[in-house]
Design a protein around this ligand. Structure first.
Ligand SMILES: [Zn+2]
Length: 496
């Protein structure tokens, strides 16, 4: 407090906040404080908006060298302290000479970003903030594609892309980062090439990996914002928990058939994904780890909303989706936003959180194996899309089909030892053990109706999922497996 205050009139001081700092002043462009001098105005500002003051003032209370203050149009720097008294209603304008330490925009940047620079809400300061910002996008798929393209185009200075998958032909109807020549290449490489071609001004960092509990904190650390472009529950909960622990806002998006959701989680004071959904659904209760198909343009809508939210957060403009869940119904042409609150009992962001480190998120997926049978070495590639409810039929339905004269190919994916124990060779079943499936894909007729079976129907389900991911559409699962067939149709076969 300046000692001159005792002698000065206390008046209303209107403080103009520059756009990049508005996020620290509740989004206000102008705030009012009662003060008799510049010093006391700053003290009042510090009391009301500590985060803002921290950006204006050094620890010793002096105005930071890259910030200029103008009192009624005159710079306060270099003025005699006696001239700093505020006698009547006054205006104090904050002008950060260099926002975030970024230099002036180049001519090339002014041309490239012209159409958004002329938006008064964004302007040059907003553009500088975009340039100094860093955003990590987890998933270079349907959601990650529009997010990455728009953020790179908008000039976000540093963009990280995390994805462990290769580009597949079935990705291309919605994953617009990738193209036909990039089929079979790493998604991160394909994305990197596309984004660098789009905007050489931005730095693209590729992470060709799948995030898990062992690498998430290391991968996410240091980024300003994380964008959730994943398609499965383990990664979704992992990202949420990691962002809460690291205090990084998470721009959330999810899609399912014709519907989507978007929100901003783990932001200061706002809820997280677990506040909304405490735990993942039990296996089989939701189309988890896969999707029931998706309209190609839907991730375009949701991803564009995520890109917009990200830009809003960086530039400190508008009202972000913090504490709101946006529901998108593409078929109904309906958008609704629901209010959501931080849950004080939340397991990760609550007042007394029980989750303080990352756990094994893969278990959430409910990847169970059949009793007594070793897990298959066969691994479903991440990121493919699975129709739900899954096309399957039980033993009695299969019997009906065969009795009616249909001749589907019966594909036995069990190993040879199991095949020796019990098989459907009488019905012309073909043996193709699970672990050889990928290598011997050519042997499966794309056009033939094929029913896959194993012992109880679980491994065959994985096989069906895999074949779907490779473009096979006439593939069905025999639920209950050969044991079901033995029980319900042919008791001469052993149940094992
Ligand atoms: Zn929470």
């Amino acid at each position: 407090m300046n000692s001159q205050d005792r002698w000065a009139l206390v008046a209303e001081v209107r403080v103009h906040i520059p756009l990049p700092l508005r996020a620290f002043a509740d989004g206000e462009a102008t705030v009012s404080v009662e003060a008799g001098s510049v010093d006391s105005a700053l003290a009042a500002l510090r009391a009301a908006y500590p985060a803002l003051a921290a950006r204006l003032l050094a620890d010793d209370g002096h105005v930071r060298p890259h910030v200029n203050l103008f009192l009624d149009g005159r710079s306060v720097r270099g003025l005699d302290p006696s001239e700093l008294n505020i006698g009547a209603a006054a205006e104090l304008t904050i002008v950060p000479s260099i926002a975030g330490g970024a230099p002036e925009l180049s001519r090339e940047e002014r041309l490239r970003y012209h159409r958004q620079l002329i938006l008064p809400e964004l302007g040059v300061e907003g553009q500088r903030r975009l340039r100094t910002a860093s955003v990590l996008i987890v998933g270079a798929g349907g959601l990650g594609s529009p997010v990455a393209l728009y953020l790179a185009a908008a000039g976000v200075g540093r963009i990280g892309i995390v994805d462990g998958d290769l580009v597949e032909v079935s990705n291309l109807h919605r994953q617009i980062l990738h193209d036909t020549p990039s089929i079979g290449t790493q998604k991160t490489a394909s994305a990197g090439a596309r984004l660098r071609a789009l905007n050489p001004e931005v730095e693209i960092v590729e992470f060709p990996l799948r995030v898990d509990a062992s690498n998430a904190l290391q991968t996410l650390q240091g980024w300003d914002i994380v964008v959730d472009g994943c398609d499965n529950f383990p990664t979704r909960y992992l990202l949420n928990d990691a962002c809460v622990l690291l205090n990084i806002p998470l721009v959330y998006g999810a899609i399912h058939r014709f519907e989507g959701q978007a929100s901003v989680f783990a932001a200061e004071g706002g809820p997280c994904y677990r506040c909304l959904f405490r735990d993942p659904p039990p296996p089989g209760f939701a189309p988890n780890c896969a999707e029931a198909g998706v309209l190609g343009s839907l991730p375009g809508i949701v991803g564009s909303i995520q890109a917009t939210e990200t830009i809003k957060l960086i530039a400190g403009i508008g009202t972000p989706l913090i504490g709101r869940l946006l529901l998108i119904d593409a078929l109904g042409g309906d958008y609704r936003s629901m209010e959501i609150r931080r849950d004080p009992d939340c397991r990760v962001c609550g007042d007394d959180p029980e989750i303080t480190e990352l756990a094994d998120y893969e278990l959430f997926c409910g990847e169970s194996t059949e009793d007594g049978v070793e897990p298959s070495p066969f691994v479903i590639p991440a990121g493919f899309k699975l129709p739900v409810p899954f096309p399957g039929l039980d033993a009695l339905e299969l019997k009906e089909l065969l009795d009616a004269g249909r001749q589907p190919i019966l594909l036995d994916v069990r190993d040879l030892a199991e095949h020796a124990m019990s098989n459907l060779a009488d019905l012309g079943a073909v043996s193709l053990p699970m672990e050889e499936l990928e290598r011997r894909l050519d042997e499966i007729d794309y056009d033939a109706e094929t029913i896959v079976f194993c012992r109880t129907g679980q491994r065959s389900m994985q096989a069906v999922e895999f074949l779907h991911s490779r473009g096979y559409v006439r593939i069905f699962n025999l639920t209950g497996g050969i044991n079901g067939w033995a029980r319900d149709v042919d008791p001469s076969l052993p149940v094992y």
